[in-house]
Design a protein around this ligand. Structure first.
Ligand SMILES: [Zn+2]
Ligand SMILES: [Zn+2]
Length: 341
């Protein structure tokens, strides 16, 4: 393969470009979706919902305090911390041999547990119940504890790790929570509760708009998403430029090679024609029948075919005869000039 290096680089570049383009589109749509979202934290939230069609606002931001509906969850590691969402995860840190042959650090999630209790977002004048918070596209949780337990390998572990291609390094246990009384912003669909008429609910919008539960304020969230959008746009531009440069180089080399081959072929043909003409000029024209080429019936017999040894064709015709001798059909292994005196 002439362009293997370029094609490989182009392939890797295209994959990075595609991933970054997908991320860029995601963040661009996210920014577009929430930059016009209205922040409601006033006393008339109930009236605003009542005045809307179907008692529903499709996309809205609400900021308030997290309050549990019932008994809150208690942290396992810090007993005084109370929350409404708890995430417990156990991750295994390993060094694994990749398909390319070298070892790399990897993290594998062994277990992930979520505990959720019903909760509301509360401010002096309103209280909104949050439905299915785990379906949120962004769910900011506080890290309550993060513990890493290294594994000291024995000789047997080393041997086993070498054979299997996976060496254990340690286990990380993490506990995260959405704390009671923390101030958060939720962007989602606000509507009247179907079960409790005096209650408002916030949930993932049915029209596919993003659902965010974050500790950031609305302007900070927009700025953060926009920063991500800008970073991915820059990477897309860089990867796109590299792709175009590689593509351009490959095309230029391809056309150059093709042009060189065409010039070489033309030169070979011109030389062949002039060789034939020269040969024609020096040929004896007064020939007996048994001295004339059996193919063109014009020129003298000039070539010996081996291994059969027949001298039956001229040099011009020998170019087109490659398989079998025209007299005895023996496969031609070699051709040589014959000098008959
Ligand atoms: Zn001939
Ligand atoms: Zn023969």
């Amino acid at each position: 393969m002439d362009f293997l290096g370029e094609i490989l680089t182009f392939g890797i570049d295209s994959v990075i470009f595609a991933i970054c383009l997908k991320q860029y589109i995601y963040y661009r749509n996210a920014v577009k979706a929430i930059q016009n979202v209205e922040l409601y934290d006033g006393p008339d939230l109930d009236n605003v919902v009542n005045n809307n069609i179907n008692n529903k606002i499709h996309h809205v931001a609400v900021r308030g305090l997290v309050k549990p509906l019932g008994e809150p969850l208690q942290s396992i590691n810090k007993k005084h911390v109370l929350g409404v969402i708890q995430k417990l995860s156990i991750k295994e840190h390993v060094i694994a041999r990749t398909s390319a042959g070298f070892w790399s650090d990897q993290t594998r999630t062994m277990q992930k547990i979520f505990n959720v209790i019903p909760f509301v977002l509360k401010k002096d004048s309103f209280s909104v119940e949050v439905i299915d918070p785990l379906s949120a596209d962004i769910l900011d949780l506080d890290v309550i504890s993060d513990h890493y337990e290294p594994i000291v390998p024995t000789v047997l572990d080393h041997v086993w790790g070498f054979l299997t291609g996976v060496r254990q390094r340690g286990v990380q246990t993490t506990e995260k929570m959405l704390r009671v009384d923390s101030i958060i912003t939720i962007i989602g669909e606000l509507s009247k509760s179907e079960t409790k008429s005096d209650m408002l609910t916030l949930q993932s919008p049915l029209n596919g708009s993003p659902f965010y539960i974050t500790s950031m304020s609305l302007p900070t969230l927009i700025r953060k998403l926009d920063d991500h959008r800008k970073i991915y746009r820059v990477i897309c531009i860089i990867c796109g430029t590299i792709g175009l440069l590689i593509g351009g180089t490959v095309m230029r080399r391809y056309w150059k090679d093709k042009e060189q081959k065409r010039i070489a072929e033309e030169l070979r043909r011109t030389l062949e024609i002039s060789r034939r003409q020269r040969r024609q000029r020096v040929r004896d024209t007064d020939l007996r029948t048994d001295q004339i080429c059996v193919i063109c019936n014009t020129n003298a017999r000039e070539i010996i075919l081996l291994p059969c040894g027949h001298v039956c064709i001229c040099e011009d015709c020998s170019d087109s005869i490659n398989n079998n001798c025209p007299i005895c059909r023996t496969p031609i292994m070699q051709k040589a000039a014959a000098y008959i005196i």
